[in-house]
Design a protein around this ligand. Sequence first.
Ligand code: TRP
Length: 451
Amino acid sequence: MANVDFSNRDSFGSKFGVIAATAGSAVGLGNIWRFPYVAGESGGGAFVLIYLGFIFIIGVPVMLSEFTIGRRAKLNTFGAFKKLAPGKPWFLVGVMGLVAAFLILAFYSTIAGWTLEYIVKAFSNGFENQNTTVVFESFKSSTFRPIFWQITFMGLTAWIVLAGVKDGIEKYTKILMPLLFILIVVMCIRAVTLPGAAKGLEFLFKPDFSKITWNVVLEALGQAAFSLSIGMGALITYGSYIRKDNNLPVTAIQVSIADTLIAILAGVMIFPAVFALGMDPQAGPGLVFQVLPELFMKMPGGYYFSIVFFILLAVAALTSTVSLLEVVVAYFVEELRISRRKATIIGAISISLLGVLCTLSYSELKDFKIFGQTIFDAFDYVTANIFLPVGAFFIVIFLGWFLGKKVIADELSNEGALKMKFFGLFMFIIKYIAPIAIALVFLNSIGIIKF
Ligand code: TRP
């Protein structure tokens, strides 16, 4: 196939835009919905500690590696590996990323759809004098509404992706991310001043190491990868839109800190409330949908807060679904040579079909199990705990052992314009520490080796 010129590719317009869009991808349901429930199921404090460790020894280096690959190649994730490693099987990492994008977006859009239902409920005072667990159970086990909202959400996602990188993704994330942050802080203040809140903070921050198993360690690794959007090329794709004068290491660190802060704040918002309201921290995927409405009813102005909150939760989800769909669309456009419009429509429809199966896992397909899990749970587990760690493993190996020091140094220093303070450390981490750590966690938890 002839070398087509993509030099008129869309790109992010400003440095803040890059951070907003990337943080928009990272900060999402992973922070506010997934982090609390996974931490709750995996024992709390000890999980959180391991999670934080993974963010910094694996998350930041992998994020930076993805930016490097993306900006160097200026192509979608599949094309990027093909271009940087012609004739070698590295493109398979891109293929795996594409499959992961389909699976993640499929189950993610189920939950994203729930946020829309909750916006409507919030407006119509739907939590007032209700048992929020019953409200939640009856909604998610119905057939039509969750599917309707899921498809609506995919439509919104497609609409923004269609508008492009700068005029769609960047434009909206710049306003909405700061707003989300402020609101979470307000909610945290309410949560920690509830009577009995201390128990929740203790659960979140006091590590009980007897709870740690290799599975918990893998969950922490998977959650760290999921939350930072690493391991499947979303940040290779976004990296390909970052202009030459942006400082990649600084961006990666800022985005990781913002993402981590919001996850921790989400925990601080939820666990005190869980304990104060006598709910179960192991409630699973429904945790925030049951706990937060209760909390709102106990707040002055809770009606308004609940509306704003669920809108922002939907927005946080939207800036993430956009980044997932963009992976697929960029691939379709650049590799299959179809228009952005066609690519977006085909991508959104095919993912929605898969997504409906995830949504039905809570109703008609409740008893349909793959390896003992519903379709929803299987997609969630397999992507976060297998695809993303494996993807992250190969990405750091690619950089550390294949791409060459010179290329990496060029990208990280903007061709020598920036001083590189931690280059040696970075190379050491991506060559040895990160791959060994991922391999150990992975092999232990699936039982291939045993410590
Ligand atoms: N990071 C997002 C969240 O926490 C989800 C997400 C967006 C994602 N893009 C991704 C996860 C790519 C893995 C890979 O909600």
